[in-house]
Design a protein. Sequence first.
Length: 353
Amino acid sequence: KKTRLQDTLRIGSIPADGIGKEVVPAAQLVVEAVGVPVKWISLDAGFEYFQRHGVALPQSTVDTLINSCDGALFGAVSSPSHRVEGYSSPIVALRKKLDLFANIRPVISSPHVPRSLPGINCVIVRENTECLYVKEEQLTTTASGHKVATATRRISQEASARIAKVAFDIAVQRAREFKRPGKVTIVHKANVLPITDGLFRETVLAVSKESAYKDIIVEEQLVDSCVYRTFIDPQSFDVLVAPNMYGDIISDGAAAVVGGLGLVPSANSGNNFVVAEPVHGSAPDIAGLNIANPIATIRAAGLMLQQLGHDKAARAIEAGIQESLRRGQTTKDLGGSESTHSAAEKIASHAVA
Ligand code: GGG
């Protein structure tokens, strides 16, 4: 949505489950510190909400986002690994309902994070609406009484083309910013899945031929060897574009080489709306302890502000994070002794726009 810089942003706050309830307020604190006028609108969703009310994504949340918000900050969701009657992942549903077709995940080395490899600066562009996440699953039983489970994996030319354009536009913009040639790596498994991944591959390659992208280097990487390369040579990536599930998997792997999931943000973007969230999940093992690393969510809030035109505030937030990391004012996962809340307060104190 178009907003003017002086306008008060109306941002949906959807902590959802587990540590989402700790990291989202921490990020709100930092956004307020950089002086962006924001009215936060608290919204419900999540598995815990489902357990109390029988619905994971209330229609009122969707309606409020569409009618009354400029963007949203989402925490995390704890969908169980077994089937629960009437339950379906609210974040997967939200991405589809708001047509947030691009999941943009920057993965960047931090010089002051001990477990971060140096020199990594890439963006994973994950298609966000189809692939196996169309969630069309079926259970049948053979004549001999054995169960067979089947899932539809939908890849369309339309969705592949629009995610390809996002990836190439980001590569063009990064080439300009970093003053070096841009590169897009197409992640697929078309050697085994020539129809579905074949369509993704050929559609992205067709987009790459557009004149606006003539200076962008194009390469392909099978998803399995992409995982390998993420661990041995992550510095060689610029922009990666992937179908939904591959993008989901490779971004957790990429988080590992820059210091962990506590650091990596994402923005679910459509043509006129953004829902930012950390890449990590709800971490039930540490939920309620006030020790979760808030940086991924604070960075997600920065991505959201950037997409809403508040570049200066977004840069101030990243500078605040870097200063906190330099001073070792971090949560336990990064070797520090800050709580979720105090880590955010420290970042806020260094992040002056
Ligand atoms: N903030 C991202 C997040 O919550 N990731 C976990 C995830 O995607 N889970 C899917 C689900 O629980 O429905």
